[in-house]
Design a protein around this ligand. Structure first.
Ligand code: NI
Length: 183
């Protein structure tokens, strides 16, 4: 596999603070290629061989704004137990329902745009249902839970110009941790 030529913006870049706009169909060939590039990049970032070869940081999600394009698209690549990958492509997504229960990643969230250690937790819904469009513009609903639910909410925040670090109180980074379930 060849590493796609994409540049991921750093948190200091003000573009990451922009609210992304809905995207119209049909998608351009360039948009389709960029989506594939983001997926390939995330896959390679989860494979030891390429982590070593290209000195990659592992990531499971990217929002389009992170490669500089403020449109409402994100992708998630989940590594399954049999070492294959499952891709999620969400276009113009919105949360239509969510659980009462909140969870957080005990070891903290990470982001390919945040290149430093960040202490603290971000409470997220344990389960969400999202309505989205696919590559052809068809509307579909998807229900996700646990780590994938967190990944979706992290990426949805990117589409609204929000980074996970914004949600951590640096003076009290584990605030209310006992109210939520750790995963
Ligand atoms: Ni991120």
């Amino acid at each position: 596999m060849l590493l796609p030529d994409i540049k991921i913006l750093d948190e200091k870049d003000k573009l990451l603070r922009k609210v992304s706009a809905n995207i119209e169909f049909p998608l351009s060939e360039e948009t389709k290629k960029n989506i594939q590039d983001m997926i390939t990049y995330l896959k390679m970032s989860q494979m030891d061989e390429y982590i070593e070869k290209y000195n990659l940081r592992a990531g499971m999600g990217l929002a389009y704004i992170q490669i500089g394009i403020p449109k409402r698209i994100f992708v998630i690549v989940e590594e399954l137990e049999d070492k294959t990958f499952k891709d999620y492509i969400l276009i113009n997504p919105k949360i239509i329902s969510h659980s009462e229960e909140m969870i957080y990643v005990g070891e903290g969230e990470g982001c390919l745009s945040v290149n430093r250690e960040v202490e603290g937790i971000v409470p997220r819904y344990a389960r969400i249902t999202v309505e989205s469009q696919d590559l052809d513009g068809n509307t579909f609903r998807i229900r996700v839970r646990e780590d994938i639910s967190i990944a979706f909410q992290h990426e949805l925040d990117h589409l609204n110009g929000i980074l996970f670090v914004d949600k951590i109180d640096s003076k009290n980074p584990y605030k209310n941790a006992n109210k939520y379930r750790e995963i």
